[in-house]
Write a protein that binds this ligand. Structure first.
Ligand code: VAH
Length: 313
């Protein structure tokens, strides 16, 4: 990666990945784009352009003008929003992806887009979910993600585009709040712990999902993109996870620091049913074997860092 075009740069992953990539590759070598513009560091600290990813011509023009060699395509609607607006999700998630893949093909760029544990469905083995297994998601987001994996593999096999992807778990971070996800509760709980020392979870007790702290997610993207492609047996997309937790597990980790913290539940049936269609815990061994994936943060270490940082924020 030398010159990178990033879409969805103001989102939960994009806002931190843009800053990290600018540190690693140089600010002028990371062109951040998003459909909106704010006065954030992403916009102020390096090249930024407004881009609606359904505008193929503008995406191509920005990529060509900046002579990029890498496209990191993050712009997408997340699971809960996609379930509420399925046709918009299909048009944006798939239309944007096709435009990004076509731009990568025409300009010979390396390509990354995230998949998700949402690409799995109720018939997928729920524990130690294998890298290669049945994938019949029952959500629009899952249909988008599994289609995106197949399309990205197609562009590699048919056109030789160096496509790579990660099936992300829920991502926990303190810079930018996620929007419209099913796992957002795992971010909200830390903000509420600081503000009110209590949280009401919309995901029910005992509902396990894979999670990962944002620093590990950012390192995984860079490590995968810098990995020797000849050693990759898989491409789109690798299972990666750092922990499998239920809401009560996070609450217990918070109570180590805030013993009075309380958790209660008001389950949202839509997001609960999405969560229940996903695995409890996936197997990351292919990523570990093929490009050395390793998560540094477990639940205890992440919780301490989240609480310490949010207290000072
Ligand atoms: C969502 N945060 O909740 C995203 C992610 C695995 C979950 O894909 O939709």
């Amino acid at each position: 990666m030398k010159k990178i075009l990033l879409t969805g740069a103001l989102g939960q992953i994009g806002s931190e990945l843009t800053t990290k990539l600018r540190h690693v590759y140089g600010s002028d070598n990371v062109i951040a784009t998003d459909i909106r513009e704010t006065d954030s560091a992403v916009v102020k600290n390096g090249p930024f352009e407004k881009l609606d990813v359904t505008d193929a011509e503008k995406m191509f023009d920005i990529a060509k003008k900046n002579n990029v060699d890498t496209i990191i395509h993050l712009a997408a609607l997340l699971s809960a929003t996609a379930e509420a607006k399925p046709l918009l999700a299909w048009n944006l998630n798939m239309g944007g992806l096709v435009n990004a893949l076509e731009t990568a093909r025409e300009l010979d760029c390396q390509f990354f887009t995230p998949s998700s544990i949402g690409a799995f469905g109720p018939s997928t083995p729920k524990d130690s979910t294998p890298q290669d297994t049945i994938m019949r998601p029952t959500t629009m987001y899952g249909v988008n993600k599994v289609s995106g994996e197949l399309l990205s593999d197609y562009y590699f096999n048919k056109f030789g585009v160096d496509t790579r992807g990660l099936r992300f778990p829920g991502l926990i971070s303190y810079e930018t709040l996620p929007g419209g996800g099913t796992t957002d509760y795992a971010v909200e709980i830390y903000y509420e712990a600081i503000k009110n020392n209590r949280y009401t979870s919309y995901i029910g007790e005992g509902t396990h999902m894979d999670m990962m702290y944002m620093p590990d997610a950012l390192n995984a993207i860079i490590d995968l993109m810098e990995a020797d492609g000849s050693k990759l047996e898989h491409r789109n997309s690798f299972n990666v996870s750092a922990m499998s937790v239920a809401p009560e597990d996070i609450a217990k980790a918070i109570q180590v620091h805030q013993p009075e913290f309380t958790l209660n539940y008001e389950v949202d049936p839509v997001r609960q049913s999405i969560a229940e269609s996903w695995p409890n815990a996936i197997d990351s061994s292919a990523a570990m074997k093929e490009w050395g994936f390793k998560a540094e943060f477990d639940l205890a270490k992440m919780t301490k860092d989240m609480l310490d940082t949010l207290k000072n924020k």
